[in-house]
Ligand binder design. Sequence first.
Ligand SMILES: CCCCCCCC/C=C\CCC/C=C/C(=O)SCCNC(=O)CCNC(=O)[C@H](O)C(C)(C)COP(=O)(O)OP(=O)(O)OC[C@H]1O[C@@H](n2cnc3c(N)ncnc32)[C@H](O)[C@@H]1OP(=O)(O)O
Ligand SMILES: Cc1cc2nc3c(=O)[nH]c(=O)nc-3n(C[C@H](O)[C@H](O)[C@H](O)COP(=O)(O)OP(=O)(O)OC[C@H]3O[C@@H](n4cnc5c(N)ncnc54)[C@H](O)[C@@H]3O)c2cc1C
Length: 629
Amino acid sequence: MVSRNRSQVKDHLGSKVLNHPELRNTKATEYMSHEEKYRYNLSRATAMLKLIDEEGMDVNEISKVMSHTVSGFTTPDGNPLAVHQVMFVPTLMNQADDDQVSRWLGDVFNGTIVGTYAQTELSHGTFVRGLRTTATYDPASRTFDLHTPDVSAAKWWPGGLGTTANHAVVMAQLYTDGQPRGIHPFMVAIRDRETHRPLPGITVGEIGPKLGQNTLNNGYLLFDHVKVPRENMLMRNARVNEDGSYTKPSHQKASYGTMVFTRVAIALDTVDALQIAATIAARYSIVRRQGEPRDDGQEPQIIDYQTQQLKVLPHIAACYVLRASTARLWEHHTHVTSEVRGGDTALLPELHATACCLKALVTQDCSEAIEALRLSCGGHGYMTASRLPALYAYATAGATYEGENTVLLLQTARYLVKQAGGSHAPPAAGSAVTYLSRPADDTPFAVGSPAAYVAAVGRVARGRVTEVAAALQADRQTMPEADAWNQSLVQLVAAALAHGRYFVVREFAEVVSQQSSSRAIQQMLQLLFSVYLAHAVSRAEGDFITYGGLTPSDIRLNRRHLLRLLAELRPHMIPLTDAFDLPDRLINSTLGAWDGDVYRRMFEQASHSPLNTDEVPASFHQAMLRSKL
Ligand SMILES: CCCCCCCC/C=C\CCC/C=C/C(=O)SCCNC(=O)CCNC(=O)[C@H](O)C(C)(C)COP(=O)(O)OP(=O)(O)OC[C@H]1O[C@@H](n2cnc3c(N)ncnc32)[C@H](O)[C@@H]1OP(=O)(O)O
Ligand SMILES: Cc1cc2nc3c(=O)[nH]c(=O)nc-3n(C[C@H](O)[C@H](O)[C@H](O)COP(=O)(O)OP(=O)(O)OC[C@H]3O[C@@H](n4cnc5c(N)ncnc54)[C@H](O)[C@@H]3O)c2cc1C
């Protein structure tokens, strides 16, 4: 396939998927059993994998087209092959050495090997160094002994592990030469390739129902002294030689690379879910009329209530702003990864800090926004058929997996306070933290000036970071490091979020300034940016007074300004969401179809309820009449 940009790839694959003989016909899955849902989603995930293979896409393109826009259609209840595609394959590509890649990748691509990424254990997810699965090297047999010391060390959560995968990249504590060497990745066969039965020494199964994404097929896995050949430790970074001697990786956290990639992918992808939710809420808010009739005799469209505009419109602006910054992060990740492969790890610390912060900011903002959009649809937004509950379940999972958000923000904060205190290597050219070592931008605040807002967002970030860095430094003089750190946790998280917000708005300011194709588009981007900025100030007024240089009068002016901007944006709401270019079948919502025929669709979906099949369901006689007796 020729190289295409993200949106072209999405469109291309989107139409292929919608017309694919095995994918085009969908079934409602709400009334299926857990097992039926899994079978339905798995067979569609497999068809999708074949399609990707036929298209000859490389790993980068595959992950781009794994977007929620497409995968929400192919696998509405969660893709049991997602972790195979998004984590297992990239881990092999980036952490296996060339020999290992050539040994395994053929079987991965012909579908013989289906894998997962098995890191989290029942008792440890966040604190990766605390994982307790061991891999002990024996030079005599040239094998590793993989072992789960007790049930609390069982792997728990990996996607596709339940009943789908036959291999896993297992993150385990390496022991060699009698020394602990930290967490390393191992390629482990867990099921027979032919029979799919668990291999000797392996206990594996599915963990049970969740808030959503129930066919991600999350599983558990225990090892009882399972022997794995030496060649199965992924050896691009660290190595264990035949005699058991150990070669360190070029970067201490090189084996965490898959997590960085997946955080970047999740940040990018959660915006897709927000776009779908925003489109549904926008369309419904036009169709829905309720309230005292106006002069024209019609009840008002709910979008004309100021409160409704506040519930819906800022999130449309957020779609545009967050899409730009996450796409930029994606490009930056590609660049840094190629540098790291070439042996230069200088940019890794900041990439890690930025990926942590954006993954957390985007998943938090998007899940809050999707919940607000669901509420904006009143009772009907609570129905599964609106799709809003599933979109929320998807976005909020992103706040936990691939690093719980608070924990990730603390990683960013750690980097920021080091930068503010000068105890880290100075930032490279183009770094996102140079503002910390420069005087604050003193552009005076003025309602209506995006540049003045961006400067204020920067002052908040700078103020938050420098203040908490100083508090931490002072506490360090009087108490142990861990206590000093704990004393500042809440402020550290706030500082990292403020930094993330500054990153996001600077990226979008650049997008707006570089847009030159049309004056109308430039004006629309400016309006969206103004809405985003005014809304950001209204969400954190205290911060903007404390650190941003705004006065209480500026705050009052901003509140009025935001409402005026919303009224200005309102007529453009539908074109702005139509521009996401989401076909009805990909949106899959009774409330969000393009023609606005909401009420007919709601009745139509109710007709699928099995309780409506008979006028009087058998359960009435079985449960209710009997209980009367
Ligand atoms: C567009 C494509 C569509 C994609 C669709 C996506 C959706 C797919 C659907 C489902 C998939 C879901 C799959 C979910 C998978 C998972 O959840 S896998 C498990 C993920 N687990 C975690 O993320 C655990 C979080 N914890 C950690 O990462 C770490 O424990 C830690 C919090 C970072 C701490 O690590 P550790 O204790 O080892 O760290 P310290 O020894 O304290 O050292 C800290 C120093 O190390 C630096 N560091 C840490 N991590 C990295 C890194 N990754 N890269 C570079 N550097 C790193 C850190 O900055 C410190 O440096 P310093 O000492 O100089 O300050
Ligand atoms: C849907 C889903 C899919 C998943 N898929 C996979 C997968 O494919 N592979 C895999 O290996 N794992 C997977 N996971 C596991 C996931 O990565 C972990 O659940 C996640 O990293 C959070 O870790 P935890 O569960 O240990 O949370 P905990 O760390 O126990 O979090 C609980 C609370 O403790 C707080 N906390 C913990 N440590 C600190 C700290 N140092 N400072 C301050 N607060 C702290 C957190 O902020 C949080 O409020 C998945 C999880 C989910 C929900």
